[in-house]
Design a protein around this ligand. Structure first.
Ligand code: IPM
Ligand code: MG
Length: 350
């Protein structure tokens, strides 16, 4: 199989972790006889430095012409601390999601048995946890009208959802649940927000077509608590853009490190695969970042390209490395390795 992969490594540790994902993909290519053809393109702060635009047209065109996108990370502190910055790296990511119609962000969260001690949560609560967060990614408060009024002393961000936006991601949630433990929890704030009531309305009606799936509703404040207290009660968690952003960071505590969690964003055009962690600028270039989230994102990419066996080979290799007590420093493993070395070890296992 021959696949064109757009590589948007981005900022901070993005390039070094993405390099390891490519190393691992090449090992897969060699083992299974696939050809992955990579093309790099700038995005985020790196793209602003080069072109003034966090998502240059050439980058978007490349993505549209590719079979999949490997994304590293974006963000730079010089923008974080400047509320008046005219242009921000994050705008590149948001524009990419919108332009490609990536309406569903899929974030699997599970706990590795030998890493349970890394989580601040009690071991017996997180053992065996396996949650799939489905976050709506191109609507809601992220993309509604926003602005300032009254000489800048008043600001607003509108949260708006159309029924079709709810329907297409809810359909995915039910379908994923069918392959898993057959439960969908819709997380919202229907006691306060009209958009949440529309979500409940629509998703409840759709549930009639999925009689084998248990549909559950939970207010987001309660869900934030339950996720920590009884994480094993969740299977597929379906939620809007902003709630999904917050809950997925919270859920990463279960895995013990953000450096382990991959994600896939799928929708209308080319799908994109990225670690859930950010650009971690303090660690950039120091060879200490954990590349496993990027490598596991590459595995999700293979699943989406219908190369499931290949994806499983990557996940098995990562698990074996972790079980051998090897990892980057934040995992406090028996043997600490650098980012490059972890990539080498996983590729060698393949
Ligand atoms: C994420 C990130 C982004 C988001 C930022 C970088 C815009 O936090 O992918 O979760 O809020 O969606
Ligand atoms: Mg986030």
């Amino acid at each position: 199989m021959n696949k064109k992969i757009a590589v948007l490594a981005g900022d901070g540790i993005g390039p070094e972790v993405t390099k390891q994902a490519i190393k691992v993909l090449d090992a897969i290519g060699k083992k299974f006889g696939h050809q992955f053809e990579y093309t790099d393109a700038p995005v985020g702060a790196t793209a602003i430095d080069q072109t003034g635009n966090p998502l240059p047209k050439e980058t978007l065109d490349l993505c549209l012409a590719s079979d999949a996108i490997l994304f590293g990370a974006i963000g730079h502190p010089k923008y974080d601390n400047d509320p008046n910055a005219k242009v921000r790296p994050e705008q590149g990511l948001l524009a990419l999601r919108k332009e490609l119609g990536l309406f569903a962000n899929i974030r699997p969260v599970s706990a590795y048995d030998n890493l349970l001690h890394l989580s601040p949560l009690q071991k017996d609560r997180i053992k065996g946890v396996d949650i799939l967060i489905l976050r709506e990614l191109t609507g809601g408060i992220y993309f509604g009208d926003k602005g300032r009024e009254n000489d800048g002393t008043t600001a607003f961000d509108v949260c708006k959802y159309h029924e079709f936006e709810i329907e297409r991601i809810a359909k995915l949630a039910f379908e994923y649940a069918r392959q898993r433990r057959k439960k969908v929890t819709l997380v919202d704030k229907a006691n306060v927000l009209e958009t949440s009531r529309l979500w409940r309305d629509k998703v409840s009606k759709m549930a009639a077509d999925y009689p084998d799936i248990e549909l559950d509703f939970m207010f987001v404040d309660n869900a934030a608590m339950q996720l920590i207290q009884y994480p094993s009660h969740f299977d597929v968690m379906l939620t809007s853009n902003m709630f999904g952003d917050i809950l997925s960071d919270e859920a990463s505590v279960i895995a013990g490190s953000m450096g382990l969690l991959p994600s896939a964003s799928i929708g209308v055009h080319t799908s994109m695969f990225e670690p859930i962690h950010g650009s971690y600028p303090q660690a950039a270039g120091k060879d200490v970042a954990n590349p496993m989230a990027a490598i596991l994102s590459a595995a999700m990419m293979l699943d989406a390209l219908e190369l499931t066996e290949e994806g499983n080979v990557i996940r098995k290799a990562v698990k074996e490395v972790l079980e051998a007590g090897i990892g980057t420093e934040e995992l406090k493993p028996e043997k600490v390795c650098g980012c490059e070395e972890i990539g080498d070890l996983i590729a060698a296992k393949i």
